[in-house]
Write a protein that binds this ligand. Structure first.
Ligand code: C2E
Ligand code: MG
Ligand code: MG
Length: 286
């Protein structure tokens, strides 16, 4: 009967939920162990000034070196980060590494390089993030102006008022703020004017659609969207970084449209700190 069916599907539904919860808790335990066991590491991907070729910043991207699974990418373990305490511990670890790195770049004569750190919505809602950051800055000898935070539109929308307050405080410290994956959400065009941000990072999905010969339906319209975003950013006095640049033709298009900065495999993939230092040195010699 329908009643029975309903009951069964309810049972199925709740058992599925329970299973998902168990899986998440197991993953959180594993991630906590990875953090303690020093299995997390950061790769850094440079952001390049498309006109001068100068490297202005490098984005810290977390990886998990799992003894059995090998190098695990953030998409496979970060969405599981729902426990506020674990989210805080991951923030602290990433921030500490990035601040030490920014300090090390200066000690190595690679001054001017800003370290970009990603913050998820869970990490943004952490009331202890600010005091923790201040302690880390002091401990590592890192200046706030050597840091930039990437936040997504979704991260912002989860708690708009609270996040705006936090971003305002961060900026008054001297940290710069970027909106990551811009153009994939729905919300921000109207809000953008009131947001305490410095940089827009145009999502790679939009960049994939420019400067190419794609025959997909609507191909080329991405160019119009990217140009519109560039116009908007310019009007608001924001810096722009195009993400996911994989081809030279994209650089050509973006530079012509007045996009100042780019990031992507075509320019440089994410590298270990050692490989990044080598890459930067080799580039300087050219
Ligand atoms: P994101 O902040 O937008 O970072 C850019 C992502 O695009 C990185 O993926 C990078 O490896 C990838 N990428 C770079 N160039 C290209 C390209 O030319 N083509 C394509 N298709 N992809 C490119 P990754 O490292 O897998 O990171 C994925 C996301 O995970 C990041 O996206 C960020 O949202 C998040 N994430 C990474 N590290 C952290 C972290 O320490 N904390 C937090 N909260 N999130 C992080
Ligand atoms: Mg980012
Ligand atoms: Mg992005």
């Amino acid at each position: 009967s329908a009643k029975e069916l309903g009951r069964n599907s309810f049972r199925l539904f709740s058992s599925e939920l329970a299973e998902r919860r168990t899986r998440r808790m197991e993953s959180e335990t594993a991630l906590r162990r990875a953090l303690k066991g020093k299995q997390l590491l950061l790769h850094y991907q440079p952001v390049v000034d498309l006109k001068t070729g100068a490297v202005t910043r490098a984005e810290a991207l977390v990886r998990w070196n799992d003894p059995t699974r090998g190098l695990v990418m953030p998409a496979a373990f970060l969405p599981l980060l729902e426990d506020p305490e674990l989210a805080h511990d991951v923030s602290v670890w990433v921030l500490e590494q990035a601040c030490k790195q920014a300090r090390a770049w200066r000690d190595a004569g690679l001054g001017g390089l800003v370290a970009t750190v990603n913050l998820s919505s869970m990490q943004l809602r952490d009331a202890t993030l600010m005091p923790a950051l201040k302690r880390i800055l002091t401990r590592t000898g890192c200046e706030p102006t050597w840091l930039e935070f990437d936040i997504t539109e979704t991260g912002l929308m989860r708690d708009y008022e609270g996040t705006v307050q936090l971003l305002t405080k961060l900026r008054s410290l001297g940290v710069s703020i970027a909106i990551d994956d811009f153009g994939t959400g729905f919300s921000s065009l109207a809000h953008l004017r009131n947001l305490p941000v410095d940089v827009l990072k145009i999502d790679k999905a939009l960049i994939a659609d420019v400067g190419g010969t794609s025959k997909a339906k609507g191909a080329g319209t991405g160019g119009a969207i990217v140009s519109a975003i560039l116009g908007l950013a310019h009007g608001l006095g924001l810096e722009v970084i195009a993400e996911g640049i994989e081809k030279k033709s994209q650089v050509t298009f973006l530079a012509r449209e007045g996009c100042t900065h780019g990031q992507g495999y075509h320019l440089c993939p994410p590298l270990t700190p050692t490989d990044l230092a080598k890459w930067l040195k080799a580039r300087k010699k050219k």
